[in-house]
Design a protein around this ligand. Structure first.
Ligand SMILES: NC(=O)C1=CN([C@@H]2O[C@H](COP(=O)(O)OP(=O)(O)OC[C@H]3O[C@@H](n4cnc5c(N)ncnc54)[C@H](O)[C@@H]3O)[C@@H](O)[C@H]2O)C=CC1
Ligand SMILES: O=C([O-])CC(=O)C(=O)O
Length: 358
């Protein structure tokens, strides 16, 4: 009986200290049982992953799905608001990853220290009538601060950057890393996976196939005409009419706007984005583990075109991006699209670079 009371007291004590930040987890308070006193210390094999912006529309489902990923041993959830609640909630899932929460700027460094992969959905989303570039003024500063933290605390981590405008935020992160002397172009990836996910879905609808059987490379960038689906390279191989090509290209390029309008002021894609982000993060982790043949599209430092950054198919390995594939044969429609994409993309890249250099 005495033993059972002790156990209940201990459980109550643990519950009152759910997921304190890592520095507190390491300390033992007299009369209290911190999580660090428990026998399970998250020593299972796997990677350490941080999500920055974890309490947001993308961050929450992303955190939940990463907690379910068997490749993840430790999951750090950082935000400037509400991360303790999200952390407490997700930490109750009976999957392997140990979850720790971090709140506010002064816990950013603890959140980042020791991470193998950092996923960044921090920043404001669009409302109807806005372009992704309209988010630049707020999100550029957020990405710059976070990138400075990464350069300082986990310079060897793979970075998956989701915050928009991706065409400018990736160049910002690159400049911050260069300035800090930690830049490794293989480890910086802008997440364009949602464009591929949409392309596979919309093409499968038109062809009457299961989307899981369809694969379309989407190259360029992640905004409007910079999103260039290469429908001529669809797998399984098939051809499209001119009408189908125009309809599909336009729908893929405007997929984000379709969701922003449907949400009518309540934000942009969150659930499909979390799905896409996890698909991409899982590919990065499989690459880190040394799996062969992991290939996805991403917006990366690149020499595939004359632009310094470009989205294309990349092979992921132990160092991040280990190979960037050329675009392959394009048809006339795609060649015209490529020129339009490059024109807009060049300006967005330059905008990010000059912001970071200021
Ligand atoms: N790359 C892509 O394909 C996509 C990118 N996005 C972008 O992802 C970003 C996030 O979108 P949502 O999750 O819907 O927005 P949200 O507003 O629901 O969540 C953003 C989260 O970031 C947090 N945050 C703000 N400043 C921060 C800082 N300095 N450090 C850490 N966290 C901070 C907020 O507190 C919030 O919890 C937006 O910029 C959006 O445009 C959205 C969909 C697709
Ligand atoms: O459209 C937006 O603002 C969010 C986004 O990047 C997408 O859904 O592709």
């Amino acid at each position: 009986m005495q033993q059972s009371t002790d156990i209940h007291r201990r459980i109550a004590q643990i519950s009152s200290h759910i997921n304190p930040p890592i520095n507190q987890q390491q300390q033992v308070e007299e009369g209290n049982l911190w999580r660090s006193d428990c026998r399970a210390k998250g020593g299972s094999p796997g990677f350490k992953v941080a999500i920055l912006g974890a309490a947001g529309g993308i961050g929450q489902p992303l955190a939940m799905l990463m907690k379910m990923n068997p490749l993840v041993a430790v999951l750090h959830l950082y935000d400037v608001v509400n991360s303790p609640g999200v952390t407490a909630d997700i930490s109750h899932m009976d999957t392997g990853a140990v979850v720790r929460g971090f709140l506010g700027q002064n816990q950013l460094e603890d959140a980042l220290t020791g991470m193998d992969l950092v996923i960044i959905p921090a920043g404001v989303p669009r409302k109807p009538g806005m372009t992704r570039d309209d988010l630049f003024n707020i999100n550029a500063g957020i990405v710059k601060t976070i990138s400075e933290g990464i350069a300082k605390c986990c310079p060897k981590a793979i970075v998956n950057l989701i915050s928009n405008p991706v065409n400018s935020t990736v160049p910002i992160a690159a400049e911050v890393f260069k300035k800090a002397g930690t830049y490794d172009p293989r480890r910086l990836l802008g997440v364009t996976m949602l464009d591929v996910v949409r392309a596979n879905t919309f093409v499968a609808e038109v062809l009457g196939l299961d989307p899981r059987e369809v694969s379309i490379p989407v190259v360029g960038g992640h905004a409007g005409v910079t999103i260039l689906p290469l429908l001529s390279q669809v797998k399984p191989a098939c051809s499209f009419t001119k009408e189908e090509t125009e309809y599909l290209t336009s729908r893929i390029q405007n997929g984000g706007t379709e969701v922003v309008e449907a949400k009518a002021g309540a934000g942009s894609a969150t659930l499909s984005m979390a799905y896409a982000a996890v698909k991409f993060a899982d590919a990065c982790l499989r690459g880190l583990r040394g799996d062969a043949g992991v290939v996805e599209c991403a917006f990366v430092p690149s020499q595939v075109t004359e632009l310094p950054f470009f989205a294309s198919r990349v092979r992921l390995g132990r160092s991040g991006v280990e190979e960037i594939y050329p675009l392959g044969p394009l048809n006339e429609y795609e060649r015209v699209g490529l020129e339009k994409a490059k024109k807009e993309l060049g300006g967005s890249i330059e905008k990010g670079v000059s912001f970071a250099k200021k």
